[in-house]
Design a binder for this molecule. Structure first.
Ligand code: HEM
Length: 166
């Protein structure tokens, strides 16, 4: 390919590390649309792209960007790293474009290709107390939900989206 946009590894000859082989189905680029809301805000729709890659190390690199569907204007973005622990659990660190950082831990079901994550640490957040993320991959479709709790609102849905591998 001609650069980062194609393939799943920056150095395409790199072998997938066995520690992350169960997550191989995530690798590559996904694009789709989502909808957001929360009791305290107006609901909205957005476009989104996810990119999962590896470099031969036992970790998957993750980048996300979103945009307004009408204008293409950038919205939220985030980046991080996904790893599988030897006990089969999953751990994700994410830095958000808003300045918020999160450590997510949870479970991975290899058979159903589902992941359920709950924040163990959230840093530099003015409102957010907890974030839960759930992912499901089937065929070439990835769907997820994000729930959050803030200082004024208990755990409620903030985002849900469906993306297809491109
Ligand atoms: C509002 C957090 C992802 C778009 C908010 C608020 C919080 C928040 C705390 C304010 C809620 C309130 O005022 O009560 C988060 C967290 C995210 C996330 C923790 C990721 C885990 C996203 C993404 C998008 C987005 C991906 C866009 C695609 C918005 C919009 C608002 C909002 C448009 C309303 C802003 C406003 O009305 O001023 N978010 N957000 N958020 N979020 Fe998110």
């Amino acid at each position: 390919g001609s650069g980062e946009g194609e393939g799943v590894s920056v150095r395409e000859m790199e072998l997938l590390h066995p520690a992350i082989a169960p997550l191989e189905f995530l690798l590559g680029r996904w694009r789709g649309e989502g909808e957001g809301g929360f009791p305290t805000i107006n609901s909205f729709r957005y476009g989104e792209e996810l990119f999962f890659s590896h470099s031969g190390k036992p970790v998957i690199a993750y980048t996300q960007k979103t945009w307004k569907l009408e204008s293409g204007e950038p919205m939220h973005a985030e980046t991080g790293y996904w790893r599988l622990k030897s006990d089969g659990s999953i751990e994700v660190v994410i830095a958000q474009s808003t300045g918020l950082v999160e450590l997510q831990k949870g479970s991975f079901d290899a058979e159903n290709r589902t992941m359920e994550l709950k924040s163990e640490l959230i840093g530099n957040a003015s409102k957010v107390k907890e974030i839960r993320r759930a992912f499901r991959v089937s065929d070439r479709e990835l769907s997820y939900t994000v729930q959050m709790a803030t200082h004024t609102t208990n755990l409620q849905s903030h985002l849900k989206a469906v993306l297809r591998q491109i």
